[in-house]
Design a protein. Structure first.
Length: 263
């Protein structure tokens, strides 16, 4: 009986908890830990914290910094195979004149790589070079008095700026020597029509009275330079009969060339 009571008392003690105790006081915070030591910069090869130009300026730019931390250059890649020259139509690496000398200069080179000619572009503005105008005239324009110009033999030219126009002409004239007197014709080049005053330039021909009476055909060369500025000019062959001046005097043929030379 005593054993049973003791066992029952043990069961009661295990099943029924006692009252909770009072809470304990909070513990104290711990202090901060000690700071760690600074690391070594990547450029600081000897770890002394000081930039040493002599040993640590790896890129030789006069400064020690992160640019000196680059590693060594890696190995180069493998070179590719050589390409084919543009003139090497058959790809054999040899200049074959017969097949690859496209410009006909007996050499195979880059000049043979030109493509087909493109279309013609629009014309540009006239340059400052020489300009030429010419004209031929035919048959029998009368030399009326006191002065006449050879109609149909005049030459017109437009020049872009200052310079000189040199006019040359070969003129065939017919002199009427049917009266037996001294007959002749004077010729002049000028920018004025029907102007026979002359200025030291000119030419002409005459027939002596001792020559048989007839019509004479004479060839007279003319040349004169004209100073010009930008503009349009017409150059005339003027003529006048002198001495007896036969009524049948006339211009017969002419060839005229005018060339502009820029200043």
């Amino acid at each position: 009986m005593a054993v049973i009571l003791a066992a029952a008392a043990l069961v009661v003690n295990l099943v029924i908890p006692g009252p909770a105790g009072n809470a304990g006081a909070d513990g104290m915070d711990g202090g901060d830990g000690a700071a760690g030591t600074n690391g070594v910069d990547s450029w600081d090869l000897n770890g002394n914290g000081t930039p040493d130009i002599g040993t640590e300026d790896a890129n030789r730019d006069g400064s020690v910094n992160r640019a000196d931390c680059a590693g060594p250059q890696g190995p180069g890649g493998i070179n590719g195979a050589d390409g084919i020259d543009c003139w090497d139509l058959n790809g054999n690496g040899i200049g074959d004149v017969a097949a690859e000398d496209l410009n006909g200069d007996l050499t195979v080179d880059m000049l043979d790589c030109r493509g087909a000619q493109g279309p013609q572009g629009f014309p540009g503005t006239p340059g400052g070079g020489t300009i030429l105008a010419s004209r031929g005239a035919l048959s029998g324009w009368p030399l009326s008095q006191p002065c006449a110009y050879y109609q149909g033999a005049e030459v017109t030219m437009t020049v872009p700026g200052p310079g000189t126009v040199v006019v040359t002409a070969m003129v065939t004239i017919r002199i009427d020597h049917t009266s037996g007197n001294t007959d002749g014709i004077d010729l002049y080049l000028d920018v004025i029509a029907d102007w026979c005053a002359g200025d030291g330039w000119g030419g002409g021909a005459f027939v002596d009275p001792s020559e048989p009476t007839a019509f004479y055909y004479e060839h007279v060369p003319l040349l004169e330079p004209f100073t010009v500025t930008a503009g349009t000019y017409t150059f005339y062959i003027n003529g006048t009969g002198f001495a007896a001046g036969g009524i049948g005097d006339s211009f017969w043929l002419a060839s005229v060339v005018a060339v502009f030379y820029p200043a």
